[in-house]
Design a binder for this molecule. Sequence first.
Ligand code: CP
Ligand code: NVA
Length: 331
Amino acid sequence: MGLNIRGRSFLTLLDYTPEEIEYLIDLGAEFKRMKRCGVEHKWLSDKQIVLLFEKTSTRTRCSFEVGARDLGMGVTFLDPGSSQMGKKESLADTAKVLGRLYDGIEYRGFKQSVVEDLAKYSGVPVWNGLTDDFHPTQMLADMLTAREEFGRDLRGRKLTFFGDARNNVANSLMVACAKLGLHYCACGPKELMPSEALIEKCCAIAAETGAELEFTDDPACGARDCDILYTDIWLSMGEPAELWEQRIALLRPYQVNGALIAQAKPTAIFLHCLPAFHDRNTTVGEEIYERFGLEAMEVTDEVFLGPQARQFREAENRMHTIKAVLWATLQ
Ligand code: CP
Ligand code: NVA
């Protein structure tokens, strides 16, 4: 049965019930099925949305654009260089104008408070396309990908995040797993564990849903009985490049490689939100190799190109699940 989330913003999964999150994943699966079967679904042809990006993107931007067009909507893309926001016009004023012109606003940027203020002042649904704290649309794609592997009921499955366990993706995974009753394991150095405040919130959610939360600095513990090995870039957008050296020293033991995945369940899958530093075929990857001699960072090619890798399916699922969010909040 459909739930009604029309008119709501999608800023963090903390604002959504487990049933609402399941509903969005179900809807994403249904949009995927329709697209595969060639069933047209231009159901929102009277709507216009704007995409506001203060950080770079491939998947999120393209998923919003393709998803919106499949739904028949008009889309405007604004990058930091092409809007007045923050420089000549306040956030509140920008939100008030955009809310009069558009039916919904996607925002990717820095502070979580910006996406919250956009929602407050614009009066239309706002979707968080990644902030320093959270990346909620990513979670819907991740959980859809996990479901495609393990079935609809993910309760009790162990998902371990290896690496910078307090970044936006890791924070969101902890919330998503808590909401959906998974066993979430944050595996990384003590310096890079989630905030006490977020852990407290997730523990309270877990007490309701039966989820389990684990925190460890031992990669072997993270991999043991693991169904989903997840990692992300070691230095997120907005963090200073001077931190690379320190971050590499801290996170090297948490690289997802052949030896680590071999300690997980044989049926385990690998996920990564992408982009990934798994080889030297990027300018940053090559620079890191020259400075530190690392052929790969958070994941090696053995895993990234191996039989357990599902990250490209996961990337495709971004579009189907973002379409679900657009439809559910704008219908
Ligand atoms: N996973 C993700 O958000 O990718 P982009 O940064 O390319 O949007
Ligand atoms: N943690 C990464 C996620 C990219 C999708 C970043 O913020 O750069």
